[in-house]
Design a protein. Structure first.
Lengths: 209, 116
């Protein structure tokens, strides 16, 4: 069965499970999503399901986007995302709701992490920084040596160092579904989910079951 | 809107917990599961700390166990493990967090009773 949803991160809280233990959860307002297109190997070279989420004012979309949705007689949708699926059992125009997921199931949640701007090596990669005492000055959060001497005489490409941090696609794998509420399209997963509140998240079946 | 959604999944307030104040001498009736059986254990002590925070609000009770060893236990206000809380008496205290009790033993660890 096809499993995948787009959602909006609401925020975190804690709820009590049936044994009474407090569980940290992230709430996601997930779906309802529309199937907007089915990608087929014969035509597109791969098979996938395209989902659309959040009905918007048609003025917010480009003519191209509207035309794409009009073809399958769907309302204007803000986000379109594809999910790889070998033999999807859904049709264009179908509605996908939170009911595709069950409590106890494991899911992967993809989001765009919060942007942190230009950060140093200590925050970005957990570098140790320099000694705080023994006469050191100005070297507390320095990255250390960037390259050796005349060999190799340069910094290797891809070496970790200060730079832009965050605002990248991040997947949180294997999160347990704690709560499914079809009435309010609400989904709760154990643990944290990448991105800000209100950010778009993609919920998929867990890759590592 | 999103705050409402968050609140809607959180546990409701426990009606069997009265308003607590720092310095209250309380009995906390805690549900304990042993295998299949469930029983109630009473934890008696002084409320030394209250922390607000809606769903995450909690309070800490300090008691002196055998051999004069201080034991502190923190309870979530909305935890289903709490059957009820009984306030036996209030104390006259001048601060919100009674951490100073940790350094005191015996008669010096007493608090003046407040009548109202």
């Amino acid at each position: 069965m096809f499993k995948g949803l787009l959602g909006k991160k609401i925020g975190m809280t804690q709820i009590f499970d049936e044994s009474g233990a407090a569980v940290p959860v992230t709430l996601i307002e997930a779906g309802p999503c529309y199937v907007t297109q089915i990608r087929k190997p014969e035509k597109d070279g791969y098979s996938a399901v395209q989902l659309g989420f959040v009905e918007v004012n048609p003025k917010r979309l480009t003519k191209g986007q509207l035309g794409h949705l009009k073809k399958s007689e769907l309302p204007p949708l803000r986000f379109l995302r594809e999910f790889r699926a070998k033999s999807p059992d859904v049709q264009v125009g179908d509605k996908v709701t939170v009911e595709v997921f069950q409590v106890g199931e494991r899911v992967d949640v993809v989001g765009t992490s919060k942007g942190k701007g230009f950060q140093g090596g200590v925050k970005r990669y957990g570098f140790g920084g320099g000694p705080k005492t023994h006469g050191q000055s100005d070297r507390w959060r320095a990255p250390g040596s960037r390259g050796a001497g005349s060999t190799p005489g340069r910094v290797f490409k891809g070496a970790r160092g200060p730079g832009h941090m965050g605002n990248v696609r991040v997947t949180a794998q294997g999160l347990k579904v704690v709560l499914v509420d079809p009435e309010r399209n609400l989904l709760a997963v154990r643990g944290s989910v990448p991105g800000p509140k209100g950010g778009l998240v993609i919920i998929k079946e867990a890759r590592k079951q | 809107m999103s705050d409402e959604l968050i609140r809607s999944v959180e546990a409701p307030d426990n009606p069997n917990i009265p308003d607590l104040r720092p310095g209250d001498i309380v009995d906390v009736h805690v549900r304990i599961k042993e295998g299949k059986n469930e029983r109630i254990q009473v934890f008696k002590g002084t409320v030394i700390r209250l922390r607000k925070g809606g769903n995450n609000a909690n309070f800490t009770v300090r008691r002196i166990a055998s051999n004069g060893i201080g034991v502190e236990r923190t309870f979530l206000m909305r935890s289903p493990f709490i059957e009820k809380v009984v306030v036996n008496r209030h104390s006259q205290v001048r601060r919100a967090k009674l951490y100073f009790l940790r350094g005191r033993t015996g008669k010096r660890a007493r608090l003046k009773q407040k009548f109202n």
